[in-house]
Design a protein around this ligand. Structure first.
Ligand code: MN9
Length: 296
């Protein structure tokens, strides 16, 4: 039996945007974006998830994204690679590939659109976990999944290398329950607009799309929360939420990409078939974001 050494996943980690050029990875911009976030002391990265548009990319591009991101990030930070594909064989191939590339963990969501019962979800994760010798993070996003009861999480966390969950869901009552029933589980907050709520419920960190453009704000929330300075933490969360409100009125990924381009990192447009804003729309959105307090 292989013993897996597992450090608890924690901290403030951007859900890395994938720089694209005609739906192909722009390696130079990827290096620049990672450098930009490392300079701001990102503790880890979530690669090729919803924000990274993994499900919209070809298998070859996803592998390249994984290889290059891990190479550019280097050894210090936590590297979590999202590996779900709509096709199960591809999922396992991506899981093994991520492990071979040096990922610290893989993350998966049951293929979106279809419906599953608890047994299907249990088997899905059990088989993925058995295919690698690195930790697995459950990606729990209600927009794509059915509700997973705490008893299902409990059974999943009995599997040695299932160690964490990315909680993209606003039910923090369930986070409190999960943390108390599964002490082993590391819970990573998904909704950026509620990082502080997640931390207050016991979350061990956060992963988010808007961390690409406001990382220091989320780091402040995390540090202030740890020091017990809740009023200041709430002020920082409110600052972030004003910006997020503007983004939610448009479309989050195309808007994050627009801001990064404005900051001088040419991450290109969101993958097809997502929105491409006209010049006028871009100017309006940037103005709204600046008015909401975003420093660009
Ligand atoms: O988990 C992201 N969730 C999704 C990460 O993409 C589904 C979040 O960072 C959101 O984009 C963000 C805005 O709602 O909270």
């Amino acid at each position: 039996m292989i013993i897996i050494m597992i450090n608890k996943i924690s901290g403030v980690m951007p859900a890395l945007v994938t720089p694209l050029n005609n739906d192909k990875i722009n390696q130079e911009a990827l290096k620049k974006l990672i450098g930009f976030l490392l300079k701001q002391k990102a503790e880890g990265f979530y690669i090729g998830g919803a924000t990274g548009e993994g499900l919209l990319l070809s298998l070859d591009e996803r592998k390249k994204l994984c290889e290059k991101s891990i190479e550019y990030i280097g050894g210090e930070c936590t590297k979590i690679v999202h590996i779900t594909d709509m096709n199960y064989k591809n999922t396992i191939e991506l899981a093994k590939h991520a492990e071979a590339c040096g990922a610290d963990a893989i993350s998966a969501i049951p293929p979106i659109y279809f419906s599953y019962d608890d047994k299907d979800i249990y088997n899905y994760y059990k088989n993925i976990a058995a295919s690698v010798n690195i930790p697995v993070m459950i990606y729990y996003a209600l927009s794509a999944n059915r509700v997973m009861p705490t008893k299902l999480f409990k059974r999943l966390f009995e599997i040695d290398n299932i160690t964490s969950v990315k909680w993209t869901n606003s039910n923090y009552y369930k986070v409190i329950e999960l943390k108390s029933e599964c002490p082993k589980a590391s819970v990573i907050n998904g909704p950026d607009e509620m990082l502080l709520c997640g931390l207050a419920a016991g979350a061990d960190g956060g992963i988010g799309s808007t961390y690409n453009i406001m990382l220091p704000t989320y780091q402040n929330i995390y540090e202030l929360y740890k020091k017990g300075e809740m009023k200041k933490a709430l002020a920082e969360q409110t600052k972030a939420d004003k910006v997020i409100s503007v983004m939610l009125n448009h479309a989050v990924i195309p808007t994050v990409k627009l801001v990064l381009r404005e900051m001088g990192i040419d991450v290109g447009e969101a993958a097809s078939p997502q929105k491409q804003y006209s010049k006028e729309e871009q100017a309006t959105i940037i103005k709204e974001l600046k008015d909401a307090g975003l420093e660009i």
